[in-house]
Structures are given as C-alpha cells and as structure tokens.
Design a protein around this ligand. Sequence first.
Ligand code: AMP
Length: 214
Amino acid sequence: MNILIMGGPGAGKGTMSEKIIKKYGILHISTGDIFRSEMNAKTELGLLAKSYIDKGMLVPDDVTNAMVKSYLMNSHHASGYLLDGYPRTLAQAVALNEVIKGTRMEIDKVIALDLPFDVLADRVTGRRICKKCQSIYHITNTPPKKEGICDVCGEPLVQRKDDTIESLSVRVQEYIKNTAPVLDYYREKGYLVTINANQSIDDVWADVQKALED
Ligand code: AMP
C-alpha cells in the first residue's frame, strides 16, 4: 500500500503516521523529519533547509524533489510506503508522479487531515518533540509521564523552532497557498480522502483506518 498523508501544521500528520507504519508495516518517509535530522547533523542539505524551515517557509522544490526521489529509489519498501508532508506544492506532485508512474510505487490513497485554523495554534505551540526518537507530545493534551522528558527514550523534549506563533502564521499561509492545489490534483485523480482532524486521536485513527481499508 502506497499512501500520502497531508495536513496543515498541527493537523496530526506525525501522530497518524506513527500509527499507520506500525499497523501496516510500510516505510515511513517524512520530509520534515529528514530535514530535521539533516539539520541536527549540520550537513550541507541541513544548513540550507534550516534557513527556510526556521522562518516557516517551504524548502525549494528542486532540493526537496531530489531528496524524496533518492529515498524512493534507494530504500526498501516492498510492502509500500507512507509519504508524510510531501508533496506540498503542485510542482512536487508533478515531480513525484514522474518518479512513480507505471511502477509499483503508484499511489493508492491520499489522506488529507482537515483542521479548522483556530484549533491549529494551540496544538502547534503546545507541541514538544523528542530530538532523539522524534516522539511527539502536547504539554496539556498528551503530556509525557515526567514533564519535559520523553517516555520512550528518556531524552529531554524540545519545542521546534518553527512551532512559534510567528512561524506558524507563515506556515499556515504557505499551506493554504501551495497545498490547496495539490489537494485538488489528487481529488481529480480520485485518490483523496478528507478526514476531520478536529476529533480525539482515537476517532481520527478510526477514520484513517476505514479510509485505508475501504
Ligand atoms: P513538517 O514536519 O512536515 O511540518 O515540516 C517542517 C518544515 O520542513 C516545513 O515547515 C517546511 O519548511 C519543511 N518541509 C517539510 N516538507 C516539505 C516539503 N514537501 N516541501 C518543502 N518544505 C518542506
């Protein structure tokens, strides 16, 4: 099964992605996670990405497309893959189509997590992540057992630099401007399933599984 998952900042892409890969055993390719790990390792790609990401802007298409193409071509995904946070622009969707068309990497479903913008701010500014294992928490909705410490690996939790109110408003505008045409593109192809992300995690997860197994 080859799946794309889309959604604005704080829509729950990361949380649903963790559940999807665990249940269906497919390869997880998250462009945000890849950029963050490159940034931590201070690679050339990481430094370039950081100059965009910290401001809430999208990393340029040519850089992002080349990176995803290389992951798809060089990694093992016999049971399928989940692309998380990509494509985010129409140019990326077209580039992805060039890579996968006519292969067994063709997309089966596109999950779009839909969340009213007034709910986003609280979700995003309260989010904390583990820099080591990437587990995601929220200071009030899904807090760790011990404040500021990851339940999974015991490392300190951090706030992403782009999870501030200033970056968020740029990211929301970028999302509306760039990603709406991508949703239309997949809607026309008949792949798109829109899910109400303004529900409990369990209810969103139930809807996601239903969409994937339909
Ligand atoms: P995410 O973790 O998916 O919210 O991504 C964090 C940030 O990484 C985004 O705000 C962008 O700056 C960058 N990013 C992730 N995926 C993409 C993409 N497909 N195209 C361009 N930039 C991206």
